[in-house]
Design a protein around this ligand. Structure first.
Ligand SMILES: C[S@@+](CC[C@H](N)C(=O)[O-])C[C@H]1O[C@@H](n2cnc3c(N)ncnc32)[C@H](O)[C@@H]1O
Length: 821
């Protein structure tokens, strides 16, 4: 009897376990053998298997090798036809497409051939997804560009209607593309996630540990960020699969509202195509998850307390529907329907909206593309739509894509002439090569073409007529800024990253803020640069473990003064000693008189010509300052720790009146030898710099990469990953605003060793060469030889106004420490 009861209980538990797996989309035939073997291994420990919602079983299942027939099924579902990154994502859900899915409808839903099904409340798919992603090797899903294609795809396939009524208007973004294309029939794709479950998963130790572990591996001072590291697969904000429309999709699934819109939009029902995504995922869950990612503890109450402003918008808002509709002529309309409980809903202006979304994305997701913007995401979306819809076989075709903000009301308003930026690129071009500057479209840019349709100056049809939709479009407060990406805070361009605020002013022109870049207070490795800050590499000779307090006050200089010939470079007043500074200045103004080294195999020449590198032109042997650091016994206020304490003087970014663009000035009087700021940027290998430069077109770049070549000659052959430089174009600090002045610049750059004695990497710190008065512009001699007309990169026309300006006279010097674009 007892044995029968045991058996019954075992069967019951097995049924439950298999049922739970089924609910996650794992078929019985897969779950059963794994469960069996787990039972065997655990000696029938059901508690072990059932713990944490069958986490052991789930883990065992997801680590199973992928079966070939699963991919065949995916292909059947038409998913394999998608391009690379999207396809990779969809791979995550191959098992979900199995016939044993509880509803048996997931594949159908992706195909758009099945009506939406209500998934069981205890569905654990998000957890499964997180676990799967956790198992995915970093490189596998990697793609350098953040994109809908990349983030979208198959991460969310469980249908869930939330039954919420839409109470807020929609935001429309209209997309047009040049190429006339055959209409694809409409389809309906629905996805959703259980918000409760998302929260649960967010708080799950598995997820949290993973994030922590990742962070622990990164260097706290200068995290190494590979460019093609996957952009956090589990970021819910981007888990919006692009609609995949099989050609035989009947129009009956099209959303009723949209049909209505289509009629009004001249997008014919039946000829155009529509894709729709319903999402019941709440942003509260996403918010919690993002905060977790940022290392901010986020239990519900702390999240609530945190930013009332942020949460006010988040608590009730959810994405109700995403629709992509196309007309016969190929215009594509994307519409996002938000639902909110807020009765007093007022449509925000697009500028603020885009900024807020971008800020959140940048804060919360590990977006590495420096030029990330919502507009670029939209462009990416257009590109995918065009690629998928016009060419389902995946073959790339030339087609021009425009992203035009939908602000119909402006057509009627006097403000229309300033609206509408049109970044234009072909679907074959890499998003990296997309010109990111989106200029306002002036009224004179619009001309009538033969058909009476307005065309913009790039020859693309003006699709604004098509967009005159039922979607409520609200008058924008700052239409001219719709496409501008105002990343900067004029009150503090550092966004709190420095100890001092650094304001931005322009008393000269109407340009309110400098072009966008990410403010970073410390250098960051872009991708391949090799930097090793390990404590193990700091030998006794490179630190002063026995010191205490202020090393400068000690009777005998400690080991950290070794680099500067046994004498500290700093005075007790915190400025550079006269002799040391004089020598550094002399090196810059008269480099010929100073020692140069010549590499056997110069990385600079190697990057220019790999097979037949030219001879090394020589590198100046620079004087280094070495600061005390973490292995030292002294305190943070030690006089031999100046640069590492960061900016302390009051600075301001201002618009210069001499035509040099933005510049940096001091608001304080500064003594000679005072530390001002570092030149901070991305750490690139010389090869990466070269590749970047090759990709660069037009005026996209506005800062100078600076070689860290102070010690290049000390070794016979420097490896590519050790030949480093700094590029502050996309990531940088205020140092990127320091303009050039020939010879008598008031700043000088000095190499400073802080975390590592390895001179391949060091900090480049600016010190004053003389007393500088408040409001004086801070300048630096870039070392440009303006007379070198053979240089591959044309130098700017110098407006330094120095009486020693080399741009007017014969060049006296040439320094190699700078690479011109
Ligand atoms: C490192 S950035 C300095 C900040 C820059 N002015 C800006 O607006 O972002 C270097 C660029 O500034 C401009 N610049 C710097 N010094 C200059 C000078 N003496 N004369 C003319 N342009 C200068 C050049 O366009 C140069 O490419």
């Amino acid at each position: 009897m007892a044995r029968d009861r045991d058996k019954e209980e075992r069967n019951e538990r097995a049924k439950k376990a298999i049922g739970a797996m089924k609910a996650m989309g794992i078929p019985v035939h897969k779950a059963k053998p794994v469960l069996k073997s787990l039972l065997k291994e655990s000696e029938n420990s059901w508690d072990f298997i059932e713990a944490d919602n069958y986490s052991v079983l789930v883990d065992a299942l997801i680590s199973l090798p992928e079966s070939p027939d699963a991919s065949a099924k995916t292909r059947d579902a038409g998913l394999a036809e998608q391009s690379g990154p999207t396809r990779k994502k969809l791979k995550l859900n191959e098992e979900d497409e199995d016939e044993a899915s509880p509803s048996g409808t997931r594949v159908d839903e992706l195909r758009g051939t099945s009506p939406v099904q209500q998934a069981p409340e205890d569905d654990v798919s998000p957890q499964l997804q997180l676990r799967r992603r956790r198992m995915e090797p970093a490189g596998e899903s990697a793609s350098p560009q953040p994109s809908f294609g990349q983030h979208g795809g198959g991460t969310a396939v469980l249908p869930r209607g939330n039954g919420q009524e839409m109470s807020a208007p929609s935001v429309g973004v209209q997309i047009g593309h040049k190429k006339e294309q055959a209409p694809t029939p409409s389809s309906l794709v629905t996805y959703g996630k259980d918000k409760g479950l998302m929260k649960e998963n967010v708080d799950s130790p598995v997820y949290h540990c993973n994030r922590k572990g990742e962070q622990a591996n990164q260097n706290p001072v200068s995290p190494i960020i590979p460019k093609d590291e996957p952009l956090d697969d589990y970021e819910p904000g981007f888990e919006v699969p692009i609609a995949v429309m099989p050609p035989d999709e009947p129009t009956s699934f099209r959303n009723k509202d949209l049909q209505h819109q289509n009629v009004h939009n001249d997008i014919p029902v039946g000829n155009g195509s529509t894709s729709q995504i319903n999402a019941s995922e709440t942003l509260v869950s996403q918010h919690s998850e993002r905060r977790k990612e940022n290392g901010v503890p986020c239990n519900n109450s702390s999240c609530k307390d945190d930013s009332a402003q942020e949460l006010a918008g988040l608590q009730d808002a959810s994405v109700k529907k995403v629709e992509i509709a196309s007309s016969k002529s190929g215009e594509v309309k994307v519409s996002l329907t938000c639902s909110s409980d807020n009765q007093n809903f007022v449509m925000p202006d697009l500028e603020s909206l885009f900024k807020m979304v971008e800020d959140r994305c940048l804060k919360s997701y590990r977006i590495l593309q420096p030029d990330f913007s919502l507009m670029n995401v939209m462009t990416e979306l257009c590109q995918c739509v065009v690629e998928l819809s016009s060419n389902p076989t995946g073959e790339k075709e030339e087609s021009t894509i425009n992203v035009i903000p939908l602000v119909d009301s402006l057509k009627k308003s006097s403000m229309s002439s300033t609206l509408g930026g049109i970044p234009s690129f072909t679907s074959n071009s890499s998003p990296l090569a997309v010109p990111h500057c989106i200029r306002p479209l002036a009224s004179e840019d619009l001309t009538m073409n033969g058909s009476g349709k307005k065309k913009n100056n790039s020859g693309n049809p003006d699709t604004s007529n098509v967009s005159a939709s039922e979607l409520m479009v609200f008058k924008q407060q700052h239409p001219q800024c719709v496409n501008v990406r105002p990343l900067h805070d004029a009150n503090d361009i550092t966004k709190g990253e420095e100890r001092v605020r650094i304001s931005v002013v322009n008393e000269v022109s109407s340009e309110r803020l400098p072009p966008s870049f990410h403010y970073i207070p410390q250098n960051l490795v872009y991708q391949n640069g090799y930097i090793n800050f390990s404590l193990a590499r700091i030998g006794d000779e490179d630190c002063c473990a026995d010191c205490f307090g202020d090393c400068l006050a000690a009777a005998i200089p400690c080991a950290c003064a070794r680099e500067t010939a046994g004498e500290f470079a700093y005075t007790s007043e915190g400025v550079i000693k006269k002799e040391f500074l004089d020598e550094c200045i002399s090196m810059n103004s008269d480099p010929e008189k100073h020692h140069h080294v010549y590499c056997k195999d110069c990385p600079l020449e190697r990057s220019k010509n790999k097979t037949r590198p030219g001879p090394c032109k020589g590198h100046l042997v620079r004087k280094f300052i070495k600061e005390c650091w973490s292995k030292c016994g002294c305190n943070k206020q030690c006089g031999n720790r100046v640069v590492q304490r960061g900016i302390t003087c009051n600075l301001q970014v201002f618009y210069t009146s001499e035509g040099k663009g933005w510049g940096l000035r001091t608001l304080d009087d500064l003594p000679r030898g005072a530390f001002v700021c570092e030149y901070v940027g991305e750490i690139l290998t010389n090869m990466e710099l070269y590749e970047r430069t090759m990709q660069t077109t037009g005026n996209a770049r506005h800062t100078y990469p600076v070689l860290l070549d102070a010690d290049w000659g000390s070794e016979g052959v420097l490896k590519d990953e050790e030949a480093l430089c700094l590029d502050a174009t996309f990531y940088g600090n205020v140092g990127r605003f320091v303009n050039h002045r020939c010879f008598d610049a008031n700043l000088i750059e000095i190499p400073v060793e802080v975390e590592t004695a390895d001179h391949h990497y060091y900090h480049l710190a600016f010190f004053t060469t003389r007393k500088v008065e408040a409001l004086e512009e801070l300048t630096w001699d870039y070392g440009i030889d303006f007379g070198d007309h053979k240089h591959p990169v044309k130098a700017f026309q110098c407006r330094c106004l120095s009486r020693f300006c080399r741009d007017k006279k014969k060049p006296r010097t040439r320094r190699n420490s700078l690479v011109l674009k």
